[in-house]
Design a binder for this molecule. Structure first.
Ligand code: TMP
Length: 204
């Protein structure tokens, strides 16, 4: 892939309640302390269109409608936030990206992986992360942590078996990724330990 940017695109992935949001904030702080311009963003959301998509995702959608809703948010975020930041040379930390679609809609909902890959590429223009930090946690623990959270989308309210499939999907994606791109972090650890492990994985 020929990308002109000089920044670094970091994606945080994981199941429910894995601590991505806390880790994202902590990493952004560490990068900023080293003087790097850092953009912290999340999917779905963070643009006006993305926030509308978040509202839409509280409705009961067909599996493919759900995919396209996530892709509206992603396409808008890539075009208006992520690419411009990378072209400026910034660090971009994004809470979820394409692997969420493969894990949740592919493994979780059973949609065809090749088709998901095709539509995802249209949404991202082929922009792939430089580093993926995968926060691994037994789904039952994550669901317990997230229990009763007000903004949980429908995917977050699925049964345990769905989340077990999502985790299997993530583990497959990690095995299948180009060497050195994915880093598995043990998300059962305390947030400070996860942040330190993440920082080290990124070569900090
Ligand atoms: P979160 O903001 O708590 O991470 O919730 C986002 C939810 O959306 C979570 O259940 C994962 C799900 N999701 C997908 O199913 N597919 C996607 O492509 C993305 C980005 C998120």
């Amino acid at each position: 892939m020929s990308e002109r940017y000089r920044g670094h695109f970091i994606v945080l992935e994981g199941g429910e309640g894995a601590g991505k949001t806390t880790l994202a904030r902590s990493l952004a702080e560490r990068f900023r302390e080293t003087g790097r311009e850092t953009v912290l963003t999340r999917e779905p959301g963070d643009t006006v269109a993305g926030e509308k998509v978040r509202e839409l995702l509280h409705l009961e959608l067909s599996p493919w409608s759900e995919v396209f809703a996530f892709l509206v948010s992603r396409a808008q975020l890539v075009t208006t936030v992520i690419r411009p930041a990378l072209e400026r040379g910034d660090i971009v930390i994004c809470d979820r990206y394409e692997a969420s679609t493969y894990a949740y809609q592919g493994w979780g909902r059973g949609l065809d992986f090749d088709e998901l890959e095709r539509v995802n590429r249209l949404a991202t223009g082929g922009l792939e992360p430089d580093s993926v930090l995968y926060l691994d946690l037994p789904p039952a623990t994550g669901l317990e942590r997230k229990h009763g959270e007000a903004d949980a989308l429908r995917t977050g309210q699925e049964e345990l078996a769905f989340h077990e499939r999502v985790r299997a999907g993530y583990l497959f994606l990690m095995e299948d990724a180009p060497p050195g791109r994915w880093h598995r972090l043990d998300a059962t650890q305390a947030p400070e330990s996860v942040a330190t492990a993440a920082w080290e994985a990124l070569g900090g």
